[in-house]
Design a protein around this ligand. Structure first.
Ligand SMILES: Nc1ncnc2c1ncn2[C@@H]1O[C@H](COP(=O)(O)OP(=O)(O)OP(=O)(O)O)[C@@H](O)[C@H]1O
Ligand SMILES: [Mg+2]
Length: 360
């Protein structure tokens, strides 16, 4: 299935947008700052109910407005998000009480420049990569994560206000909750990394001729988490937060036997990121039995000719790919659907092929 159409009102620089999309490769071209990323951000938001650029939904509301509405037709399924202070998600016009139930109804894998942080950034970025990846095929995971986060917040608050040597009343309740939910989180993540490795190794090899290792790094001794809490209480009170648990886990990427974060070149880090996203897409196709929509926001612009060729071959497998780029020369590579965004009088215009689709 593919995304047939998009609608947006007051989303970023779009006042109103109605756009038909096609299967195959859709090239979204335009100068810097015209709204290419904004357009693919709509598609990503319809899948994950969050942006890849900001944790703050208010940033997505067009300046001077108080709400946005976006929707997309994925086959016969309509997903709509309405935002005004709160987020409301509707699938085929039915309001979703739990966002987790509708997560990834439109399966989307996005490769964006902020993804370089998966290799280069803080551990939280890698945990988010896993959390979103798992949630795309295991929705209960989202609920377990939020139970864990709630208990963590409560325990941290108790630790912050505690005095060393004194009983902390009520802390065991939260410790039990943490221990109970840590185990399915860690199991799901390890399983995820093992599966991902299976897909990432051949993709990375085909792009670079090199091997990659991906390992899960545990942030605690999960056999005895309760015991560990007891033993480390003093240290945790000093710090004022929980030092052990899946909120401290990490992923280690290695190339040539060394940590990629520390030793790999910038180009290799970029190719690891690309390989991870392609691997995620392949894995999701296998598990869900449907191909995700692939989004590439820039990222490919700086690849050399040979790598671009290799990546183009990998993209051919997918029913629908959206590529946002300033690189005009990409359109010469094949029979792509071209969307051109231009700015006129401060507002974006979109041309699809030769026709003007959208004007304000
Ligand atoms: N909430 C908002 N309301 C109105 N306009 C916004 C909002 N947020 C961002 N913009 C505008 O969107 C434009 C940037 O759009 P976008 O990031 O999609 O550009 P782009 O085409 O991807 O550019 P680049 O090639 O540099 O990546 C800027 O002009 C910015 O002012
Ligand atoms: Mg952009």
């Amino acid at each position: 299935m593919y995304l047939k159409s998009l609608y947006a009102k007051n989303f970023r620089n779009f006042k109103t947008l109605k756009l038909d999309l096609e299967p195959g490769i859709n090239l979204i071209l335009g100068d810097n700052g015209v709204g290419k990323t904004n357009l693919v951000e709509i598609v990503y938001f319809l899948s994950t109910f969050g942006s890849f650029r900001t944790p703050n939904d208010d940033d997505l509301v067009r300046f001077g407005e108080s709400y946005f509405i976006i929707s997309g037709m994925y086959g016969d399924v309509k997903v709509e998000v309405r935002y005004a202070d709160k987020k409301k998600v509707l699938v085929n016009k039915v309001k979703q009480e739990r966002l987790s139930n509708a997560f990834s109804t439109i399966p989307v894998i996005a490769l964006t420049s902020s993804d370089l942080e998966i290799v280069d950034g803080a551990p939280v970025r890698r945990r988010r990569f896993m959390n979103i990846g798992i949630s795309m095929y295991k929705r209960p995971y989202i609920d377990i994560l939020s139970l864990y986060s709630r208990a963590l917040k409560q325990r941290n608050s108790l630790l912050k206000h505690a005095t060393t040597g004194k009983e902390i009343s009520g802390i065991e309740i939260w410790e039990k909750q943490l221990a109970m939910n840590a185990s399915p989180i860690v199991t799901a993540r390890k399983d995820y990394i093992n599966r991902l490795l299976h897909y990432a190794v051949p993709v990375f090899y085909s792009l670079t001729g090199q091997d990659i290792e991906i390992a899960y790094k545990e942030g605690a001794d999960y056999e005895n988490l309760m015991e560990q809490f007891k033993q480390m209480r003093k240290k945790e009170i000093e710090r004022g937060y929980t030092l052990y648990g899946p909120h401290r886990d990490d992923i280690i990427f290695k190339t040539k036997g060394h940590s990629a974060k520390v030793s790999a070149s910038f180009g290799i880090k970029r190719l690891i990121t690309i390989a991870l996203r392609i691997a995620q897409a392949r894995m999701l196709t296998q598990i869900r039995g449907e191909e995700p929509i692939l989004i590439l926001d820039e990222m490919i612009g700086e690849l050399d000719k040979e790598k671009l060729e290799l990546l183009s071959d990998l993209l051919m497998d997918y029913e629908q790919v959206l590529i946002a780029t300033t690189r005009e020369d990409l359109q010469e590579r094949g029979d792509y659907n071209i969307y051109r965004i231009e700015e006129r009088d401060g507002a974006p215009f979109i041309r699809k092929g030769a026709e003007t689709i959208h004007s304000i």
